[in-house]
Write a protein of this length. Structure first.
Length: 136
């Protein structure tokens, strides 16, 4: 049996029937202001609860003619405060027909960095940039 690697991946589904978005606002946590939303729900024992969720990022509608491009793109902060890129594709579950988002995270590149294949470099005589014109 192989292990599934779900690092920097996720999915978002419609809320459970008992979940209801009730509030949003700022919450100061030890001097650091956090943007939060509050979701009403209940436990398995039917006890009413309110869960607090902290905002970690934002996605924007991604207009593209490329059918493989994500429907949404944006940025988020990981648990260490580092900024990452987030992309999401609209999907439909085959067995239920329910809509969901397939989400993928990647490192945010600094200005001037390029995540393309070094063999596709603009410098055709030295694609690896190592002074050797033989790419192996």
């Amino acid at each position: 049996m192989s292990d599934y690697d779900n690092k920097n991946k996720g999915a978002a589904f419609a809320p459970f029937s008992d979940q209801k978005f009730i509030l949003s606002g700022n919450l100061d946590v030890q001097g650091i202001e956090k943007r939060c939303v509050y979701i009403a729900g209940q436990t398995k024992n039917n006890k009413k609860i309110i869960k607090i969720y902290q905002e970690i990022g934002v996605m924007f509608d991604n207009q593209s003619d490329n059918e493989k491009a994500p429907n949404y793109t944006g940025t988020l902060q990981d648990h260490l405060g580092e900024e990452m890129k987030v992309a999401a594709w609209k999907r439909v579950q085959e067995n239920t027909g329910n809509n969901y988002l397939n989400i993928s995270l990647s490192e945010k590149l600094e200005s001037g960095q390029n995540n393309s294949d070094p063999l596709q470099s603009n410098n055709k005589s030295d694609p690896l940039g190592d002074g050797d014109d033989i790419p192996f």
